[in-house]
Every structure is written in C-alpha cells, then in structure tokens.
Design a protein around this ligand. Structure first.
Ligand code: ADP
Ligand code: MG
Length: 242
C-alpha cells in the first residue's frame, strides 16, 4: 500500500537550483520546480524571462550550458543525457512552432519518431491504424496527418486551444505529468493546472494554485512585478519572443 502511494506521488520531473548560460550570459538563475505524475503545472512569464531556455535545456539542447544544479527525470539525473535518450525515456517537448520540413508529412514524422523511441518496426498500415485510434481519442482531424510539416499554423484560435486543453486532459494520468509553458493566461481558461509558476528574469518569482491565473489576468506581469518589487530585466524590456 505504502509503496503504491509513494509511487503515484513520485516526482516525475525535478529541477533543482538550475543555472544555465548561453554564449557566456546567465539566463536561468536558479530554478527549482517539481512536477509529480498526474499533475499539470503551468509555467508563465513575460517574453525574455527564460521559458524557452528552460524547455530547450530540459530536452538537452547542447548550446545551453548548465553551470549549476540538476534535472532529474523519474529519479535519474539526466543532465548529461543526449536529447534522443531523453525522448526514449519519455521526456517529450510539444512544439510551439513546428519546424518547417518540406516534403516530410506529419504521419511519416510520427512513424519515424515511434520507431526510434520504441526500437520496433511497424508497417505504414499498422502505424496508421494505431495513429487513428489516438487521433480519435484526442479529436484530431484526419487531414492533419497528411499535411506536410511546412504547412503548420503556429497561431491557435480558440477552437484549437480548446482541442489542445482537452487533449492534455485526456492524456493526463498516473504515468504522465505536464509542464505547460505559456506566455498567455488564455489556455488556462480551458485547463486548470495544479500549480502555476511565474518566471521573471530567469527565476521563479511566484508559485501558487490555479487562482494565480486570475490574479495575473487582472494585474498583468507589470502589476505583479511592482507588487513583488522587481525590476524589469533588459531581456524582458526588449521583449523579443522566441
Ligand atoms: P522566453 O521564452 O521566456 O521569452 P527565452 O528563454 O527565449 O525567454 O529568452 C531568455 C533570454 O535568453 C533572452 O535574453 C534571450 O535573448 C536569451 N537567449 C535565449 N536563447 C538564446 C540564444 N540561443 N542565444 C543568445 N541568447 C539567447
Ligand atoms: Mg519563449
């Protein structure tokens, strides 16, 4: 019994005192964050605060240097793992703006990823059948997988936003935790996270329950920054979204 309880509560992703540099400049300045299985955490923050940097570091992009701290996934220190090993072990980064790859269709991309992650061969027909089941579960339209990756639309309208939120809710369970990284509060109208964290200038400056989304909606990042007595960093001021 006790073992089951511990297992379901185990932290899936644990980030401890994470410091990261890009081209000699410190971007993440000591991040602490733990996502347990079955939980959805939202990470919010203004442009330039370091959200994408954290996502890249979690996937093991090599141009980002960890100067201090650790990232553990299912109990193992993964800071030295390559990106493909992380993916094989179940760490997955959903695309914000999928990369354009002319001639590569979504279905072929997914089949290659499946084969690489599972280490097993699967025929195109068998894969399509499997994919179809998952698409029905998530409410993804058929034509989506026949599209080429250079046709993806980065901006999400309200219906797509709802579809993403529903998809997350369908998938969330004892084997999955989600870290939802977003600049905007609006997706949180369709999915209620267990925890919300606000990042500014490479640090998590505030964490709280779902009610934090409403506070942020009212005050904006500016208001919150004033409340906390923080200065805007040069990166945030330039506000170039990445
Ligand atoms: P966010 O996703 O919250 O908008 P980013 O993580 O993209 O923030 O950026 C945080 C800071 O790190 C910014 O100052 C940005 O210019 C810098 N930065 C991010 N990636 C790189 C990179 N590859 N090279 C140089 N600077 C970078
Ligand atoms: Mg970003």
């Amino acid at each position: 019994m006790a073992q089951t309880a511990t297992r379901t509560k185990a932290a899936m992703l644990e980030i401890e005192d994470l410091h990261v540099e890009v081209e000699g400049k410190e971007i993440l300045k000591g991040i602490d964050l733990a996502v347990r299985q079955g939980e959805v955490h939202a990470l919010m923050g203004p442009n330039g605060s370091g959200k994408s940097t954290l996502a890249q570091v979690l996937m093991g992009r090599t141009s980002y240097t960890i100067t201090q701290g650790t990232v553990r996934f299912r109990g193992e220190d993964i800071t030295k793992w390559t990106a493909d090993k992380r993916a094989q072990q179940g760490l997955f980064l959903a695309f914000q703006y999928p990369t354009e790859i002319p001639g590569v269709s979504v279905v072929n991309f997914l089949r290659s990823a499946f084969k690489a992650a599972k280490g097993e061969q699967i025929s195109a027909l068998a894969f399509r059948k499997r994919l179809k089941e998952k698409m029905n579960l998530l409410g993804v339209e058929d034509q989506m997988v026949n599209r080429f990756l250079d046709e993806t639309d980065s901006g999400l309208d309200i219906d797509s936003l709802k579809a993403v939120a529903t998809g997350i809710q369908q998938l969330i369970g004892p084997d999955l935790g989600v870290l939802l990284i977003t600049h905007y509060q609006r997706i949180l109208n369709y999915i209620t996270p267990d925890r919300i964290h606000v990042m500014m200038d490479g640090k998590i400056v505030l964490s709280g329950g779902p009610e934090l989304a409403h506070e942020l909606e009212q005050k904006g990042y500016e208001g919150l920054r004033k409340d906390l007595g923080l200065e805007e960093s040069p990166a945030e001021r330039s506000g170039v979204p990445r």
